[in-house]
Design a protein around this ligand. Structure first.
Ligand code: HEM
Length: 328
């Protein structure tokens, strides 16, 4: 990704206005490698390529699903423009997914064994289950991770001293050799920085459950069947749960001091329990690797008006992410 970033920097060494789109491509490329063991070559993809159609379809899906589900369901009476776009996006995602499942089936037949997560799934559970699982991966694995990375890069670009500490940690562990599995376990500050951004700016601001039995929460009797929402954003930014919650302080994830220690459930950006994020380990692997490489390669600065965050529907910086990248 960082060699790509060098190519697309403008004459002021800043990332271009559509940088988030580049991060989406990186995210799909990483998912392709993890789930399909395939290079999709997203960075070289033309606008009408399968990869770009998939990226746009996932964005359309996320932008319309909330509107269609939560507002008056006119689409039940007649197919509104948004409903038609939504169905078209789902058709695109399904057809791309099915083409990969077919490819996986053919490769298994040809090679007599599986070499990707998708091929494992096809072998273990059959093409139908594999197709549904792959659909889920594409649907929720691209934008979540890319918006998290965009947000982390932006937050770090506002904080040079934190970048320096990260650079020291990374250099000490890697000693100028390429990254290998297990390295990130020697980088507690890197992990803490990612957790801190996810605490203050969780890409998924909340997640819901329907209670399966009558439950008492904070002294309130909540009957079975009620929808309850765990507000990641509210909890993560509350002084009730985090010491000086408005301060960006990665050390809070490394401290053992009881006075500053927060409850283990106070920030759950990947959810919890049976329905927690299935892709958490993938996402963390991707995020830690890319942030590590970016910090190794560049000093980052943000020299424009501070950006607000908005829900789009991921919680993400609202505006072009123009980060000045100076080679180290
Ligand atoms: C920073 C990146 C990500 C964040 C913040 C995130 C967050 C979440 C959250 C909050 C949930 C709901 C959990 C719950 O209800 O307890 C979820 C579900 C899910 N996520 Fe992620 N996710 C990320 C990346 C990914 C990736 C990369 C994949 C796949 C490769 C993925 C696959 C899934 C799936 C399949 C579910 C549904 C699980 C279920 O309903 O049983 N996620 N994610």
């Amino acid at each position: 990704m960082f060699s790509r970033v060098r190519q697309i920097r403008d004459e002021n060494s800043e990332t271009p206005g559509d940088f988030l789109n580049e991060v989406h491509k990186w995210s799909l490329e990483s998912l392709g490698l993890i789930a399909l063991d395939t290079r999709l070559n997203c960075f070289d993809a033309s606008e009408d390529s399968e990869s770009m159609r998939l990226i746009h379809a996932v964005q359309t899906f996320f932008l319309s699903v909330g509107e269609l589900e939560l507002r008056a369901p006119w689409w039940r009476i007649y197919p509104t423009k948004m409903f038609r776009q939504y169905v078209e996006a789902l058709d695109t995602i399904l057809s791309v997914t099915l083409s990969h499942v077919e490819k996986a089936l053919k490769e298994i037949e040809a090679n007599g064994g599986s070499k990707s997560l998708l091929q494992d799934l096809v072998t273990a559970a059959g093409p139908r289950v594999a197709a549904v699982a792959a659909l889920d991966l594409f649907l929720v694995g691209i934008d979540t991770t890319s918006n998290a990375v965009a947000s982390i890069l932006y937050q770090l670009s506002l904080r040079p001293s934190i970048q320096e500490r990260l650079y020291e940690e990374i250099t000490k562990v890697l000693q100028n050799r390429p990254m290998k599995p297990g390295d990130v376990n020697q980088m507690p500050y890197l992990k803490a920085c990612v957790k801190e951004v996810m605490r203050m700016y969780p890409v998924v601001i909340g997640n819901g459950r329907q209670l399966t039995k009558d439950t008492v929460i904070c002294g309130y009797n909540i009957p079975k069947g009620t929808q309850v929402i765990f507000q990641h954003y509210v909890m993560g930014n509350s002084d009730d749960y985090f010491y000086n919650a408005s301060e960006f302080k990665p050390e809070r994830w490394m401290t053992r001091s009881p006075a500053q220690k927060h409850h283990a459930f106070a920030s759950l950006p990947f959810g919890y329990g049976k329905r927690m994020c299935l892709g958490r380990r993938f996402a963390e692997l991707e995020i830690h690797t890319v942030i590590c490489k970016m910090i190794q390669a560049f000093k980052m600065e943000y020299n424009h008006e501070p950006m607000d965050y908005h829900i789009h529907p991921m919680y993400t910086p609202n505006g072009p992410i123009r980060i000045k990248l100076t080679d180290r």
